[in-house]
Design a protein around this ligand. Structure first.
Ligand code: SF4
Length: 205
């Protein structure tokens, strides 16, 4: 009988993401590559979690998908590495999409510059990186917190955005993995001298 592989420890993901990003930065490959390394580490960690913990039912219940964007009205905190990754993705958009997106970025930043997290949500500030169909224009480059978001009830998300005080039914393990990966990336970025601040994507772009 083949032995079942041991489940990864959630406490390891932060250290793994930090090590992966640190190695990239030490090779001089830059912030964008460091963000890619942390994302790839979290993806691979999640694959190991799914293979060993048995989350199939919970994952099947997740209702998130292209064109569902209620959670894209939240303030998204990013490291300098994620910010560079998203900036590069915006710069790579074809025209006229790039110009239109940059105009939206300016508008959102102006409206949101004095808002805190709760105020941002109350103001229903839609991420400037959503297209008219509600799809993320930088999906492949989206920051780690965006990858952590999930819900098994999109209607609850809709009502929450509309102002009701509701608990979103989330798969907490997904939050944990990508949230911890961001902490590891933040450590590596700070240790490499790029600053330790987590900034608001909506006003930093
Ligand atoms: S970057 Fe993409 S996934 Fe993240 S909030 Fe903006 S539109 Fe949504």
């Amino acid at each position: 009988m083949t032995a079942q592989p041991a489940a990864p420890r959630y406490s390891d993901i932060q250290a793994e993401a930090r090590a992966a990003a640190k190695a990239v930065l030490e090779r001089g490959e830059g912030l964008t590559a460091a963000a890619h390394a942390a994302i790839a580490t979290a993806d691979s960690f999640w694959t190991r979690v799914v293979a060993t913990v048995g989350l199939d039912q919970q994952i099947a219940a997740i209702q998130c998908g292209a064109g569902c964007f209620h959670c894209c009205h939240q303030m998204v905190g990013v490291t300098a590495a994620e910010l560079e990754l998203v900036r590069a993705a915006v710069a790579a958009l074809p025209e006229p999409l790039r110009g239109q997106t940059r105009a939206r970025i300016k508008k959102v930043a102006a409206r949101g510059k004095k808002l805190d997290q709760a105020g941002w949500w109350r103001a229903k500030l839609r991420c400037a990186l959503l297209d008219d169909q509600g799809r993320c224009l930088v999906h492949e480059a989206r920051p780690l917190p965006c990858r952590a978001m999930n819900s098994s009830n999109a209607e609850t998300c809709r009502r929450s955005l509309a102002g009701e005080s509701l608990q979103i039914p989330v798969l907490a393990a997904q939050h944990k993995v990508w949230g911890s990966a961001q902490l590891g990336l933040a450590q590596a970025v700070a240790e490499a001298g790029h600053g330790s601040k987590i900034v608001n994507l909506g006003t930093a772009l």
